[in-house]
Design a binder for this molecule. Structure first.
Ligand code: HEM
Ligand code: SF4
Ligand code: SF4
Length: 515
């Protein structure tokens, strides 16, 4: 499943570029689509008549009389809703395929599923409100589904079939669609991202504009229209279904309502229970060592999972604050270790290196030792240290006499001073190979690396580090060829730098007799 997902992601990277690849912005794109649905919905509300007799005619007015404004809004409302189902399903698939549903993420996963169902029911009440033949079909199908539940009286569908659809019931559906369901959705979305930090809900502007223009074009090419008006005394025979929202209804032509419920419940329960599946190994949470913490809060700012909190100092040392890790929220990514200014390999050079916040499974001291071993093992003319992570490409595959590697939990675990250290210890170049750009398994690892290196985020890579000898190139497990190619290019660049550095000395030697 992961390979299928990575192939899809690569294809989008070729078509859209890494910055606008929609696969990297599925959550934010869904939010953007919700905004379109909200704004167009508010406009439509201004012309909609919420009664059995008035609804259809008001939608006809919207569609035909005011086709240039309300009609376009109706189409945008429908197509943005369809697109939202696509982006939500892709978002779900991505999280599932890349294993981002367990551990610290269980809460986002479990809260995402009811959100999906709520969006589906929002679409269903939307189709109901048009009160055309499709609305009638949806009303009777939904009533059959509800009737089959023990909590309902069991007579709703037969009432509808006997023509007893009251205005009061219709207003209830209108209330649900316009207020009840959107409010619950808003609350669920808030819950959904509550345990994540620095959540962005806006896609890149270009992607948002492109998405809007595509929906607008579709609205002009194929405007949304209604079926014939609902008529409870006859059954509609030919319907154009919206398969994104109404796919369960035709199933009931073949299956009982009970079986349809069973299928939906089974899929939901199986997906909900996925986070309980045993994982490869439980990695222990980050641990704070107050003896090396000055309360600078950098780790708190960088933690992607809200696992770190700041509190008043408890150890009587001169600093004001200290940090605390909540192990139940920690994803054990190690990004905080890379943020801590104490994770400096030049400190305590002859003793065990200690830092303010460390990873018991791969402490900073071990990272320093592994780096040193990898650097000193190389004997080539342009030795490159590769630093990779557990979720991107496995850098160990490229080990040879001029390529050494260190595999961390996440590339965000790299303190910038470690790069300087590797260069000082003899590496000609350092190449960081985390996950694909914009797709860090731990959300921000490669992003923070970019910002630390460009000086935008502390701890920064000091200016004395020779930037020409440092390269960041993310890649997934399927990107071996790309990474090898990039490594070769980098090696040639390093050789050229070495030649350039050697040149002035040779020139000086040559020139000196003439002078
Ligand atoms: C209904 C609409 C949904 C919206 C608008 C939405 C939006 C988002 C957003 C904005 C994030 C934060 C991404 C980030 O900053 O890294 C997120 C994370 C997440 N979502 Fe959704 N989501 C939706 C539905 C779902 C569904 C149906 C599932 C799966 C059952 C799901 C699973 C997750 C998971 C596991 C994360 C955590 C990702 C991570 O930690 O990297 N979401 N979602
Ligand atoms: S390892 Fe550190 S940065 Fe990662 S989730 Fe745990 S506390 Fe946060
Ligand atoms: S980054 Fe290090 S020094 Fe700063 S608060 Fe976190 S543990 Fe303490």
């Amino acid at each position: 499943m992961k390979r299928a997902y990575l192939a899809l992601e690569s294809w989008f990277n070729i078509s859209f570029g890494t910055h606008w690849n929609p696969m990297y912005h599925l959550g934010t794109l869904t939010f953007f689509l919700f905004w379109i649905i909200l704004v167009t919905g508010l406009y439509l509300f201004g012309f909609f008549h919420g009664s059995i007799d008035g609804a259809y005619d008001s939608v006809e007015y919207i569609t035909h009389d005011q086709w240039y404004a309300a009609g376009v809004m109706r189409s945008l409302h429908r197509y943005a809703s369809d697109a939202a189902i696509i982006t939500i399903l892709l978002h779900l698939f991505k999280e599932l395929a890349s294993g981002r549903y367990h551990g610290a993420r269980w809460f986002s996963w479990v809260s995402g599923l009811p959100t999906l169902w709520l969006v589906v029911t929002l679409g269903i009440t939307g189709y109901w409100l048009v009160w055309d033949e499709l609305g009638q079909y949806v009303a009777i199908g939904s009533a059959r589904l509800l009737d089959s539940l023990p909590i309902f009286s069991g007579s709703m569908a037969s009432n509808f079939l006997q023509g007893q659809m009251t205005d009061r019931f219709f207003i209830l559906i209108e209330f649900l669609h316009l207020l009840g369901q959107p409010l619950i959705l808003f609350f669920l979305l808030w819950l959904h991202v509550k345990r994540l930090s620095n959540v962005n809900i806006n896609p890149p502007r270009g992607l948002a504009i492109g998405c809007f223009l595509a929906l607008l074009a579709l609205s002009f090419i194929k405007p949304a229209v209604s079926h014939a008006p609902a008529n409870l005394s006859s059954m509609p025979t030919v319907l154009e279904l919206d398969w994104f929202y109404l796919n369960a209804y035709p199933l009931m032509d073949y299956w009982s309502e009970g079986k349809t419920w069973l299928l939906a419940t089974a899929i939901t329960v199986i997906l909900m229970l996925l986070p309980l599946l045993p994982t490869k190994k439980a990695v222990p949470a980050a641990v704070v060592d107050l003896a090396h913490c000055n309360g600078c809060e950098l780790c708190f700012d960088d933690c992607p999972f809200e696992a770190i909190s700041v509190q008043a100092r408890t150890d009587g040392r001169k600093f004001e604050k200290e940090v605390v890790v909540d192990p139940s929220l920690c994803a054990s990514c190690g990004i905080c270790m890379g943020s801590c200014p104490s994770s400096n390999p030049f400190r305590q050079s002859n003793e065990e290196l200690k830092t303010g916040i460390d990873m018991p499974s791969l402490p900073v001291d071990k990272v320093r030792t592994l780096t040193e071993q990898a650097v000193t093992s190389m004997t080539g003319s342009a030795n490159v240290l590769l630093i990779g992570c557990e979720h991107g490409f496995n850098v160990k595959q490229l080990d040879n006499n001029e390529t050494g590697s260190v595999k961390l939990i996440c590339s965000g675990m790299i303190p910038p001073s470690l790069i300087e250290y590797a260069l000082k210890k003899g590496a000609d170049g350092v190449m960081i190979v985390g996950c694909r750009h914009n797709d860090c398994f731990y959300r921000f690892g490669n992003l923070w690396i970019d910002k630390r290196f460009s000086g935008e985020r502390k701890p920064i890579l000091r200016s004395r580090a020779d930037r020409r000898r440092i390269k960041v190139f993310g890649g997934a497990e399927t990107d071996k060829k790309l990474i090898e190619k990039e490594l070769e290019v980098f090696r040639h660049e390093l050789l050229a730098i070495t030649e350039q550095t050697d040149l002035p000395e040779q020139a000086e030697i040559k020139e000196s007799p003439d002078v």
